[in-house]
Write a protein that binds this ligand. Sequence first.
Ligand SMILES: [Zn+2]
Length: 312
Amino acid sequence: MLPWQQVAWDRIGDIERLPHALLLNGPPGIGKRLFAERLARRLVCERGTACGACRACRLATGGNHPDVMIVRPPEGKAEITVDDARTLNQFLMLTPHLATRRVVLVVDADRLNRSASNAILKTLEEPPAGSYLLLVSDAAARLLPTIRSRCQSLVLPRPTQEEGLAYLRTHELPDPAGLLALAHGAPLRALAWPQDAPAMALRLFASIEAVALGRDSALEATEAWAAIDLEMGLTFLTEIAAALTQAALTGTIARGWQGVQEGRLRALAARLDLEQMVGLWDEALETRGLLSAPLDRRLVWDRLFLHVEPRG
Ligand SMILES: [Zn+2]
């Protein structure tokens, strides 16, 4: 159990009174899916506790429990389609094999497309006896309002700085504090990155510097970055743009940039126009929202770097 989820877990209380549809939401990288998997285990556990030791728990942990189904967008696909939704509906209608309940966990539920959402709606309106639907999302606002209104919402918290750091320290990483700052306090997101992510973010900062100073063109900088994981790169860029804007507007230095990098951050913030920094920030955020669609990475990076090219 992730320590920062204990309160939310305890609040669930009597499993017999759990609603048939739950929407587990909160920021990315804080362990929502792990929480939902544990809850699914609890629903099928022979002791009703997610004990981890009974046959049901062992099967569920291995992804082999016949009464637990996990639905997620297929690899390389943006959406969960109506076929998946129909399979899910049928699964919930069957009598349980081993447990007394059947559970479907939908990962990235905000990526259910419209017809899939409509198909699930029927199940939400009249849930079959003993059926449970756990929707997990970090963009719950994108779910159809009719879906949202039929689920009980459970907002999972982001860990405190101390909790996040303590968790990352158990993984023997070279720079846990740097990683956590970069991942915006989301430890599981930080863990999914390469260990040298903080160094990589600094190299990205150096590329932005080089473009802003006119040493490199946006196109040259793009060559260096087009191959990296786009979601990770955009997260770094969002953090860099936010730190630059903060330094320019308030004179304060964001966590993770204090110390050695402070001078460079201040110098770059002084060099760029506010419009450039905010433009970079906006574009990075906006592009992150489009990640579920196929994107031309070169085009994305070129557009991003163009924001900081010297004017005139
Ligand atoms: Zn068990």
